[in-house]
Design a protein around this ligand. Structure first.
Ligand code: CA
Ligand code: CA
Length: 657
């Protein structure tokens, strides 16, 4: 008999024999459920103390008889032994609310499991180290790296401890795994690095030797020196494509090329089929208008194509990769306009796209107020799912969402197919009726850094995020209407460092449901109401070294802790005394900036209208904390708060010349 069937039969027998006891236990659990207060969740994320208290209470009431508990343990053992690597059995989606975050037997010692190297990008390397045990969540993994051949190691950010947080609790509860995840950030392209991971646990069980891996970053995709095939408007594009072989370049001469184009022939790794504007005038690939469902370029399962120096216009979607997804697609220096979606791939197996230096314009005529017709008429500028994507230095405007991980739903069962290793940086994003950047539905090692967001409903969204980390680093956001950080749907694993965000309303006001989040060196600038009105159900979320602009005499800081206690504080010191948060936090005002005032709700600004660099005498200069890789080479005695360190030039946003 197969082990799976055997387990099922035993479980059924247990269920039949102890039906009464189980029903009583379930009833008890139901009655113990936290009440639904305000907008707070019906599901509690139980602290360890609460778990113990509940167990003692149930034992005292006698609902769990000794034989039942023995059989429960036996059934758990059978279920656990059936899955040798133990991890998948403890993660995944559920139709029902999931109670608590402590599945399985309590084991405080850590045990190292699978180590995964996520697909490298140009500037970042991501890693995951699955573990079992460490129920007390005190194991750590320190990370150091060096260029291959160097002798000196440099410290990187430690891996984030991801521990069974339950994301998306209201709409599709999903229990994330038991693992460490993290990235080595801001590296050189096409360079091999050695990375060393040292796991420690005071309770024992960690490997005695560090794990050492050698991984190379990717380079910018390059066309190979194959044949050049010329395409002219009268002859069309498909005739040239029919002749192309991997490594060839199709030079598209000035003119109008009417789609749709369905490309089914792939290039090869390092030998893409390239479509490139010839440079003798605008080469326009045109769709069937924005009204229907027209797509200009469709690819599904077609890999290693390159689109450069082209204009795409007038379609529902300019470039679409459906199921199966596509690997190694490059879209560079293109102009995409009059579209509902610009670039869109929602498949789990899309990987290693490079979308850079494009100008992408949707069809929204306004950005404020957010219209009644949600996500319309334009939807999303760049929408990707999968792994290893780099979306950098684009200018995107007039969509509902500028840049997003596609709304895929919960991750698939296979952790190697999870949505990881996606980079959004250097983008100039404005006129978004909804969100400028959505890291929603990502799982681990998503990096969002040095983007500029303005004239938009929200700035940075993680709604939800499945475990993390999602890194939000040195982003600039100005003239935000609603949320600077949109942390809805119980996201887990948020690392936000050195962002400057300026909202017409409250500075930092995501719903109090984000988990395992850690905010350092940020400037939360608002215009009215609380400076901060939020909280976290995980007692291990942390805030420190952040600056808060007071917007109101009566209201300043409101924090809802993991026991759902609501605290209101009139100073950062008071918040610290009551919660332990923000020992080094500051109150700041707009006079810290070289030239910026509180944005007015709905007013449209140009980046030339405000300068968010800090004045030398500002109280938030040298008031930050050192963060490996994020605050290297700071000026003065310590890192500054916000996205711009004194004396450092602001980065480039949007297409590079
Ligand atoms: Ca431990
Ligand atoms: Ca400094």
């Amino acid at each position: 008999m197969r082990r799976g069937s055997f387990r099922l039969i035993v479980t059924l027998l247990v269920a039949v024999a102890y039906r009464g006891t189980m029903l009583a236990a379930i009833d008890e659990l139901r009655r113990n459920k936290a009440p639904f207060v305000n907008n707070l969740p019906p599901i509690r994320t139980l602290t360890e103390n609460q778990v113990m208290t509940d167990k003692i209470r149930m034992r005292q009431r006698g609902h769990l008889s000794i034989p039942f508990r023995i059989l429960l343990v036996l059934a758990s053992c059978l279920i656990c032994t059936g899955r040798a690597t133990a991890q998948p059995s403890l993660i995944g989606r559920s139709k029902e609310a999931i109670q608590g975050t402590k599945p399985g037997r309590r084991v405080d010692a850590v045990r190292a499991g699978r180590f995964l190297v996520d697909p490298p990008t140009l500037e970042n390397l991501g890693f995951r180290w699955y573990v079992s045990g460490d129920s007390n969540r005190n194991a750590t993994v320190a990370v150091a790296y060096r260029e291959k051949g160097d002798s000196e190691w440099t410290g990187a950010l430690p891996m984030l401890r991801v521990y069974h947080e339950i994301a998306n609790q209201d709409y599709g509860p999903y229990r994330v795994g038991n693992l460490f995840a993290g990235s080595v950030l801001f590296l050189k392209p096409v360079t091999t690095y050695e990375v060393q991971f040292t796991m420690r646990d005071p309770d024992g069980g960690a490997p005695s030797e560090p794990k050492l891996v050698s991984v190379a970053t990717r380079g910018e995709p390059i066309a190979s020196a194959g044949n050049v095939i010329h395409a002219n408007a009268p002859a069309g594009l498909m005739a040239a494509y029919a002749k192309a072989r991997p490594g060839d370049t199709i030079l598209i001469h000035a003119g109008l090329y009417n789609g749709p184009f369905e490309f089914k022939k792939s290039g090869e790794p390092g030998k893409p089929i390239a479509f490139r504007g010839a440079g003798d005038g605008e080469a326009i690939l045109q769709g069937g208008g924005t009204g229907g469902k027209s797509r200009i370029v469709s690819i599904a399962g077609t890999d290693h194509l390159m689109f450069e120096d082209l204009t795409f216009r007038s379609a529902h979607m300019a470039i679409y990769s459906g199921k199966p997804g596509s690997a190694g697609i490059t879209i560079r220096r293109c102009r995409i306009k009059d579209v509902v979606y610009g670039i869109n791939t929602q498949a789990k197996d899309s990987r290693d796209w490079y979308v850079a230096d494009n100008e992408i314009v949707g069809i929204n005529r306004t950005w404020y107020p957010r219209p009644e017709a949600y996500m319309s008429p334009a939807h999303t500028g760049v929408n990707v799912y999968g792994r290893g994507h780099v979306v950098c230095y684009n200018r995107i405007s007039r969509f509902s969402d500028s840049l997003a991980i596609a709304n895929f739903g919960p991750p698939v069962d296979d952790v190697e197919q999870h949505c990881v290793a996606i980079d959004f940086y250097g983008n100039d994003l404005s006129w978004a009726q909804d969100d400028t950047i959505e890291a929603d539905y990502g799982c681990h090692n998503v990096r969002v850094y040095r983007n500029r967001c303005y004239n938009t409903h929200t700035a940075l969204s993680t709604q939800p995020f499945y475990g993390g980390p999602v890194y939000l680093i040195r982003n600039e956001a100005y003239s935000i209407t609603a949320l600077t950080f949109k942390l809805n749907n119980y996201p887990a694993g948020i690392l936000a460092y050195n962002n400057t965000v300026c909202c017409a309303r409250q500075g930092f006001t995501p719903p109090a449901i984000w988990q395992n989040g850690h905010f350092r060196n940020n400037l939360f600038m608002g215009g009215s109401g609380y400076a901060m009105e939020t909280g976290s159900p995980t007692p291990y979320s942390t805030l420190d070294y952040n600056g808060y602009r007071r917007n109101s005499e009566e209201r300043f800081l409101k924090w809802i802790d993991s026991d759902r206690h609501i605290g209101r504080y009139q100073s950062v010191e008071e918040l610290h005394r009551a919660t332990g948060l923000e020992q080094h936090g500051l109150q700041v005002d707009y006079d810290i900036f070289a030239g910026a005032r509180s944005p007015k709700e709905g007013e449209t600004y140009s980046p030339a209208d405000y300068d968010l660099r800090l004045k030398p005498q500002a109280n938030c200069v040298d008031a930050g904390t050192s963060i490996p890789q994020v605050t290297v080479a700071f000026s003065g005695t310590a890192p500054d708060l916000g996205c711009y360190e004194q004396g450092h030039d602001p980065p480039h946003y949007g297409p590079r010349e």
